[in-house]
Design a protein around this ligand. Structure first.
Ligand SMILES: O=C(O)CCC(=O)C(=O)O
Ligand SMILES: [Fe+2]
Length: 338
């Protein structure tokens, strides 16, 4: 944070971008001058291809978004047990921010136990499999999509600048589409989602020099920041209203801005889609089989479905002897990728 963080004039809010530079982000959507409001479906696709991201205003029904947020507060927030989390991939209990929001975002809402979280699971699935969202994804992918992963955010984990392709992608690298669905109007200091426009065109592997980026996480993180600077990329964090969706390419650098309004939540769902005709790739090397079940007409991956007993047992073991479990997982990845 710098002294400028949180300095707001009427329409702009100053905040520090990941590379340490102060930037001005819009406080709210300006209907008169908003570039995204003027796009038709073909225009959204052209914008996405050119810039590596696009905002689709008002794509998901307002009431549907409100129901998912309300169900989270009602059913998930009071829960004191373990749930899989996005940042670690491990089962954890809630960790709260100073503003009282859940910091460790939920991984794969579709895998939640339907008997424990009936309304939240149904409402969040209704958002991420929404028919208009599916049609938008299809137009960006050029074919039908498969939903491979989802997340729910309430607080801001200050997600570092990254490309999703490092972790997951289509076997056609660069064809996965991410969707950040705002379930409320997002304040500029609540941990706005940002992108670096046109970063999807940078060839990371070529820029990585002497190391294989898939296996050197810390060096990869530094490389991303170096490339932002050497290519003079500009951080972009558009205002999002409830129901707006930001789409980005798996090679586009993105993350979340720091929290400077700790009381404001950033309730949102993200979903990642790959073209139905191509396999799913993890860590740029492992072709991972998907556990697909159709929801609202779209195949959805259920990697650790808690509605199956075997997966509940696995989670139980993970929470009781986590070190042994993680060691086994690391060894398995090493074996599969060597
Ligand atoms: O909103 C965030 O903090 C990060 C989301 C993200 O990186 C993703 O969904 O791929
Ligand atoms: Fe991401």
């Amino acid at each position: 944070m710098t002294a400028l963080d949180g300095l707001a004039c009427e329409k702009l809010f100053t905040i520090t971008a990941p590379e340490g530079k102060p930037i001005a982000v819009p406080v709210a959507v300006e209907d008169g001058s908003d570039p995204y409001l003027r796009l038709d479906p073909a225009g959204h696709r052209a914008y996405y291809e050119q810039h590596g991201y696009v905002v689709w205003r008002g794509l998901v029904d307002d009431a549907r978004c409100g129901e998912a947020k309300a169900a989270f507060v009602r059913e998930v927030k009071p829960y004191s047990g373990f749930l899989y989390r996005q940042a670690s991939g491990n089962p954890e209990r809630h960790v709260l921010t100073e503003g009282g929001h859940v910091l460790n975002s939920i991984l794969n809402v579709q895998d939640l136990d339907a008997s424990r979280f009936p309304s939240f699971r149904a409402a969040s699935l209704a958002v991420i499999t929404d028919r208009r969202l599916q049609a938008a994804v299809e137009s960006l992918l050029g074919e039908r999509g498969v939903l491979v992963q989802s997340m729910y955010f309430e607080g801001n984990p200050s997600t570092w600048a990254h490309q999703d392709t490092y972790y997951l992608d289509s076997a056609d690298i660069g064809r996965m589409v991410g969707a950040w669905i705002a379930l409320e109007d997002i304040e500029p200091g609540a941990g706005r989602f940002y992108v670096y426009p046109r970063s999807h065109r940078i060839d990371m592997a070529r820029n990585g020099g002497d190391f294989d980026i898939a296996f050197h996480h810390d060096r990869y993180k530094r490389l991303v920041l170096d490339l932002i600077q050497s290519h003079g990329l500009e951080c972009h964090a558009p205002a999002l209203r409830r129901g707006d969706v930001m789409f980005w390419n798996s090679r586009t650098i993105h993350g979340s801005l720091p929290t400077v309004q700790p009381r404001a939540s950033r309730s949102s769902l993200t979903a990642h889609f790959i073209p139905a005709s191509r396999p799913f790739l993890q860590y740029q090397t492992i072709e991972k089989p998907l556990r697909l079940r159709e929801v609202n007409g779209i195949p959805v991956n259920h990697p650790k479905d808690q509605n199956r007993r075997v997966n509940r047992v696995v989670m139980f073991i993970e929470t009781r002897i986590p070190d042994a479990f993680r060691l086994g997982k690391r060894l398995a990845i090493k074996l599969l990728t060597s």
